[in-house]
Design a protein around this ligand. Structure first.
Ligand code: G
Ligand code: G
Ligand code: MN
Ligand code: NA
Length: 255
């Protein structure tokens, strides 16, 4: 079922759902954002995680319509919250896959979804990986400038895990770096990881980018990151990715 046909059918039948994982501003303790994470509710098989179907979606090109569905769904959700007067400052981060990002008219596709859903550009953040931008830096720069000019926020996901030149950081109109969770896991016990995390925070700040740490699982992680002036955190310590009703409950409790 985790095949091209299965994925196509999943789209048609509305079997995809989006979970939301909170992101907290370290200085204020407020929830300022959420990452949208795709799940597939496969009847009779329960929840399928992206690792088990995103690769197939990438290979077959179905990631484009699936990614488009995620974007529209998230923008509609944000608009609903806005209309209800809920979570006005919450920005939603959406993962863009390589194939999606390289699509001819991705900036126009994003702009159209924003217009059709009444979602403001600044409510949306797009996460891309280093490898995506490094493959063809010139084309990436053009796309990123279009998106940035529209007012959409841009972040680099899994920062530090790709092979990349740092020179792109100054040429691209980025807003944030996301420190990969592999550096956070042992940050309080491994001197090398601690050095890397400190260096990434310093690098981000000197380039006037904000920095968010992923995979923050313990109070010790949070204490370390706070001491290093990390701007925001995301991880199980604060909250797991959750279905929308649970996330709304979480938001009301976290005020
Ligand atoms: O919770 P987690 O298993 O959700 O996510 C695993 C991986 O799947 C992460 O690398 C994440 O970036 C990716 N992912 C989750 N949702 C999406 C999505 O909507 N689009 C794309 N392209 N990747 C996603
Ligand atoms: O690649 P990306 O950063 O988009 O993937 C996010 C992934 O990280 C998702 O699979 C999400 O479920 C997972 N995740 C989120 N918080 C934590 C955490 O605190 N610990 C671990 N191990 N994984 C996490
Ligand atoms: Mn991500
Ligand atoms: Na990551």
């Amino acid at each position: 079922l985790k095949t091209e046909t299965g994925l196509r059918r999943a789209l048609e039948r509305g079997e995809f759902v989006v979970h939301y994982q909170p992101q907290m501003d370290v200085a204020t303790g407020r929830v300022i954002g959420a990452e949208a994470l795709l799940r597939w509710e496969l009847p009779g098989q329960g929840m399928v995680f992206p690792a088990d179907f995103i690769p197939i979606a990438e290979e077959t090109g179905l990631i484009v319509p699936i990614g488009q569905w995620v974007l529209r769904h998230v923008c509609e959700q944000k608009r609903k919250w806005h209309d209800a007067g809920w979570f006005p400052d919450l920005r939603i981060a959406v993962n863009l896959s390589a194939r999606q990002f390289k699509q001819q008219d991705i900036a126009r596709a994003v702009s159209q979804v924003l217009q059709e859903t009444g979602c403001r550009p600044e409510w949306l953040e797009l996460e891309i990986t280093e490898s995506v931008v490094m493959e063809s830096p010139e084309a990436a720069a053009e796309t990123l400038h279009k998106l940035s000019t529209m007012g959409v926020h841009l972040s680099i996901d899994d920062f530090g895990t790709g092979y990349s030149s740092l020179s792109y950081l100054k040429r691209f109109p980025l807003d944030a770096l996301k420190i990969d969770r592999s550096f956070v896991r042992d940050v309080t016990v491994d001197a090398d990881d601690a050095a890397i995390v400190r260096a990434v925070i310093a690098l981000a700040h000197s380039l006037k980018l904000s920095v968010i740490a992923e995979g923050v699982e313990t109070a010790d992680h949070l204490d370390f990151l706070r001491a290093q002036q990390c701007d925001a955190v995301q991880g199980y310590h604060l909250g797991r990715p959750m279905p929308v009703d649970k996330f709304e409950h979480f938001m009301r409790e976290s005020k």
